[in-house]
Design a protein around this ligand. Structure first.
Ligand SMILES: [Zn+2]
Ligand SMILES: [Zn+2]
Length: 659
């Protein structure tokens, strides 16, 4: 805005030279006011008249109107030789906001909001805010692969749109340090280097990721504090509002643009007794609401759930009850990302004179970073090395571990199956699973609980006791957010389709008109300002698969093959031919995952017999073209095998040539 002002000054300088007659200038100002009124009432006749009178194209007029509104400020600055640069207070920024609103209300530019991920899915959250030639990105996360994405480690957003528009990008702003918000930053930075803005813990966690990818030396990391407002480019001001979630240092964002203020909640819950006493800044959200918010993008994860999410501190009370007078060793499994939960386990352990050992790479990294940056508080020597477990009695120990989702390779699963090298579960263990299964993981979690119980451990999980609460807002909290922010337009984000729909229904109950609630889709462009909001097109978007070191080299075709192979197995037919087209050796038939060959000898003999017949037929008809021989092999084998077995293995003919 400062830059803007300076530019305006120059315009005015030139303008006032031309308009030496001040009265004239004022007269025009009046006319322009009329013009705007008429336009508001969409009175075309009026517009026409005034346009004729002033005999100038309308765009210019709007510019002049800007000038007139800024008149006082401008005059002040024109008198000084150099433009004044000073740090703005929040109020001034807001004041600007109002100027901006009036200034730009007839300007053509609208704010574009383009989600590249996070809509109709849980994960890979990333949203583009674009105003004229500037872009600000919010979050850059990963998704975990679906069950049918065989062999895929991670899923990241398609960055094509950002790569193609990299000159416009002014910054990447991150709401909090969860994988679904920071997980694909490294992959973005490998394509384009953009400055990153986030709070201290979030930056710490991003650093860990970038270090793994050896990108730390090129990254432009900027630490902001809750409450800060930063300028990104000439159009965007981004305000970081203290929020509350399952990880410390979370923020909601107020994105101030010439088209209006957009509030992006990030992931949030409204916890009046958060364990770090960092309450969500409801006052600021209300203040923004009072001033006028163009659009609200809000977390829909728990939109189907009525009521309120319980406070995180209620879990601490349950831990205290379970820990007090417990003679057993205690093992607690939770999400590595839930640092508030970890803090409460630490609190209960310390209160009961227990030492803590940590299992699982992600848990160790997360806790280490949080301790280093001062986000987990524990007396010295509370944490011990996992190798020192044997030096303590069971009632002096707590083990914090990953695996609350029963993930097959996780530490808890390996403990449950007796495959963990350091921890053997026995009947003197109390295992607390402090999480609920994410949909799709129920079976894994159930199996782990069964295995632990079979060993004789006592297991406490969320169906038995209140050892978990969500980090996301339920309906009543979402209503509070809506009633404080009072947006003109509402855009539910961060959820599957049904959750977005549930959130829309909540907004409808709150009185937001149906036409002002926009269900987005990834890649769609929403163009928005005070007057209207329209979906105007779409940009390249989608999922890019990460498999090992490969980024995007595994696409739908490969996945389809993997699915085919995994469900039906493979038959390879090898045929050796000489240059004159005679079969020298084979056909040999090799199969994997189709039938157990030793018990299916007669079937395999029949297969060879069939192939011999078909190949001979083919050659005798003078057809020595390899591709048609391959097709013959495929087609005849496919039909035969299906008739015999009702199975559809993948068939791979290989022809080798010898001299
Ligand atoms: Zn989160
Ligand atoms: Zn999230």
């Amino acid at each position: 805005m400062e830059e803007n002002l300076t530019k305006e000054n120059q315009n005015v300088n030139e303008g006032s030279k031309k308009n030496t007659n001040k009265k004239n200038f004022n007269k025009k100002k009046k006319l322009n006011r009329n013009f705007s009124k008429n336009k508001n009432n969409s009175n075309n006749q009026g517009n026409q008249n005034i346009q004729n009178q002033s005999n100038e194209p309308s765009v210019k007029k709007v510019q002049k109107k800007n000038v007139s509104i800024l008149d006082k400020k401008v005059k002040k600055q024109v008198m000084k030789s150099k433009p004044v640069k000073k740090k703005r207070t929040l109020d001034e920024t807001l004041e600007d906001q109002f100027f901006l609103k009036e200034d730009f209300s007839f300007k053509k530019s609208k704010l574009k909001i383009i989600p590249l991920g996070g809509i109709e899915e849980i994960g890979k959250n990333i949203t583009v805010f674009e105003y004229e030639d500037e872009i600000v990105i919010v979050d850059c996360g990963i998704a975990f692969p679906e069950e049918d994405m065989l062999g895929i480690d991670l899923v990241i957003p398609d960055f094509t749109y950002l790569v193609n528009n990299q000159k416009k990008i002014r910054g990447l702003v991150i709401t909090h340090g969860h994988e679904d918000h920071i997980g694909s930053i490294a992959y973005l930075l490998k394509q384009i280097n953009v400055p990153i803005y986030a709070t201290k813990l979030t930056i710490g966690l991003i650093k860990n990721k970038l270090e793994e990818h050896r990108l730390l030396n090129i990254a432009q990391l900027n630490i902001v504090s809750q409450g800060d407002i930063i300028d990104l480019g000439k159009y965007f001001k981004v305000e970081f509002i203290r929020s509350c979630h399952s990880i410390p240092d979370s923020v909601a964002l107020a994105i101030h643009t010439p088209a209006g203020v957009v509030v992006h909640t990030g992931d949030f819950k409204i916890d009046y007794t958060p364990i770090d006493d960092q309450k969500i800044d409801l006052g600021r959200l209300a203040e923004l609401g009072n001033k006028g918010v163009l659009a609200l993008l809000s977390d829909s994860t728990n939109a189907e759930r009525k009521g309120y999410t319980m406070s995180e501190s209620t879990v601490g009370e349950v831990f205290n009850r379970l820990f007090t007078n417990c003679k057993k060793r205690i093992v607690v499994a939770t999400f590595a990302s839930n640092m508030h939960r970890v803090q409460q386990i630490v609190n209960s352990a310390v209160a009961n004179n227990r030492k803590i050992a940590v299992c699982g790479r992600s848990m160790i990294n997360m806790i280490q970073t949080s301790i280093d940056l001062g986000y987990i508080h524990a007396p010295k020597n509370t944490f011990i090395d996992i190798d020192l477990l044997k030096n303590y009695n069971d009632d002096q120990l707590v083990i914090i571990t990953t695996g609350s989702q029963g993930e097959p390779m996780s530490a808890l699963t390996r403990m449950a199956t007796g495959e963990h090298r350091k921890v053997n579960i026995n009947s003197n263990d109390l295992v607390i699973i402090s999480a609920t299964p994410i949909p799709g993981n129920e079976k894994f979690v159930a199996r782990v609980i069964d295995d632990l119980m079979k060993i004789g451990a006592e297991v406490v999980y969320s169906s038995l006791d209140d050892v978990h609460v969500s980090g996301h807002a339920c309906q009543e909290e979402q209503k509070l957010m809506l009633s404080l922010v009072r947006p003109k337009y509402f855009i539910p984000v961060h959820g599957e389709y049904r959750q977005l729909v549930a959130h829309r229904n909540t907004a409808r109950i709150m009185g937001i008109p149906a036409e002002n609630i926009i269900l987005m889709k990834n890649g769609k462009i929403l163009e928005i300002n005070e007057n209207d909001a329209k979906l105007t097109g779409s940009v390249t978007n989608g999922s890019v698969f990460i498999d090992g070191l490969g980024v995007g080299d595994v696409g739908n075709i490969v996945i389809r093959d993997r699915q085919h192979l995994s469900q039906n197995g493979l038959i390879i037919v090898v045929l050796t031919m000489n240059k004159s087209g005679a079969v020298v050796a084979g056909p040999d038939v090799i199969s994997r995952g189709f039938v157990y060959v030793r018990e299916s000898e007669s079937l395999m003999d029949d297969v060879k017999h069939l192939l011999n017949t078909e190949i001979t037929k083919c050659l005798e008809s003078g057809n020595t073209d390899w591709s048609s021989i391959k097709t013959t092999i495929k087609e005849s084998l496919k039909t035969f095998i299906y008739q015999q077995t009702k199975r559809n293995p993948m068939i791979l003919p290989v022809i080798m040539e010898v001299d």
